[in-house]
Design a binder for this molecule. Sequence first.
Ligand SMILES: Cc1cc2nc3c(=O)[nH]c(=O)nc-3n(C[C@H](O)[C@H](O)[C@H](O)COP(=O)(O)OP(=O)(O)OC[C@H]3O[C@@H](n4cnc5c(N)ncnc54)[C@H](O)[C@@H]3O)c2cc1C
Length: 452
Amino acid sequence: MAVTQGTRWQNWSGSVKGQPRQVVMPGSINELEQRVGVFAREGRHVRVVGSGHSFTPLAQSDDVLLSLDNLQGIQSIDAEHGTVTVLGGTKLKLLGDTLLAHGLAQENLGDIDVQSIAGAISTGTHGTGISFGSLATQIEGITLVTATGELLECSPEQHPDIFKAAQVSLGALGIIASVKLRVVPAKVLHYQGLRKKLSDCLDHLEQYKQENSHFEFFWFPYTEWVQAKFINPTSEPPGKNTLWGTLNKIVLENWVYGSLCAMSRAIPGLAKSVCKISGNSIANVDEINYSHRLFSTPRMVRFQEMEYNIPAEHTRAVITEIQQCIEQRQFAVNFPLECRFVHGDDIWLSPAYQRESAYIAVHMYRGMPYQSYFSHVEEIFKRYQGRPHWGKLHTRTARELAPLYPRWHDFRCIRAALDPDGMFLNDYLRALFDANTPVTGVTGEEEARTTN
Ligand SMILES: Cc1cc2nc3c(=O)[nH]c(=O)nc-3n(C[C@H](O)[C@H](O)[C@H](O)COP(=O)(O)OP(=O)(O)OC[C@H]3O[C@@H](n4cnc5c(N)ncnc54)[C@H](O)[C@@H]3O)c2cc1C
């Protein structure tokens, strides 16, 4: 077990910084259980971190920061049932490569592959594709280390309520030691990236969503242009244009774009021009590769991000309002807006809970002011029953969030039962799940009304 004292820590975007008393990296599940048991007896506070890619202070700890970086890999494969059991710290890239070596894949992924599997599911991380749920919907069982240092297995058959709470749980119920993941046979996908008009995308939303396995688009503010991405299965072999695809992703989307953004940070008046240059120079891309390699994109340009889930039927209205808001207020925006689609699910704290969803994200180059821009856009999301992505910036409080989640109260009950002393809470999560407020006596819906 590796233990370091007083190390400085910060997340990927630099929006969260801190100095935990101890960073602890267990080398086995047994060590993890024992160490959590000791922390419980000592009354310590523990936060678990994956790859630190959340923008919100979810993983912040001023006491123990637990990393599962030494708990990575596939533990077992059940070919008959199409599942694999994976250690919680496993990074998605390692998982994708290992699955491929066994002729397997995850059915869908987001646009980077550096997150840990436990971190990704815990915030409701998603990709795009209206027939696919978020990554947490791929989970069929979870092994938690609870606040007593004991292992607790949950699944649709075993402790089903805890399972529905644990699938997206922000690290607030315990440490996910391993997950049982539903997998599919390895697949080769064809990615076509096309420059299109925003009006074309909005006019054909339903068609593009339904006719493509994975459809998303990036709109460049102050222009009429989007980069539309269409990804579909193919029987062709992998390899077509992967070099051009990689060059496009690394050189154009990172180096060239990063330099333009840095210029507009120095001279904010240039932000609009950066969007125009980027929108006008969108390159058409045609690439064939294994699914996990195709989905992932290197993100070397650092930014801040807010992303909201809205009911899919409001996509056009929300994007049109955001466009008007940016143009009226002339925000210095140099990053595109991203729009993706996800199937609804039944996970209690999933932003896609019981609704076909669109995810709309706005970004700002790191070091540029984003607060006013994000806050105006957040007001638009709020008017359309928006639920924030748990890992991305937002300003919503428990009082505002509870009415948006019919099972909010049930989640709080399970959290309080599993961790009555709040061992796994930091200030941010305490404010969300409020350990000291009584959690009995009202149903989720009643509580939603009373907190409104
Ligand atoms: C460049 C970039 C691109 C992104 N792309 C996407 C995208 O395409 N789609 C999308 O939906 N999101 C995306 N995100 C957001 C990102 O996927 C989420 O924030 C995700 O949670 C990060 O995973 P992580 O391993 O870094 O977890 P962390 O940020 O380290 O932790 C996230 C949460 O998971 C908890 N956690 C971590 N490990 C465990 C464990 N073992 N047991 C219990 N809880 C645990 C933490 O306590 C915390 O609450 C992106 C973020 C960045 C910076």
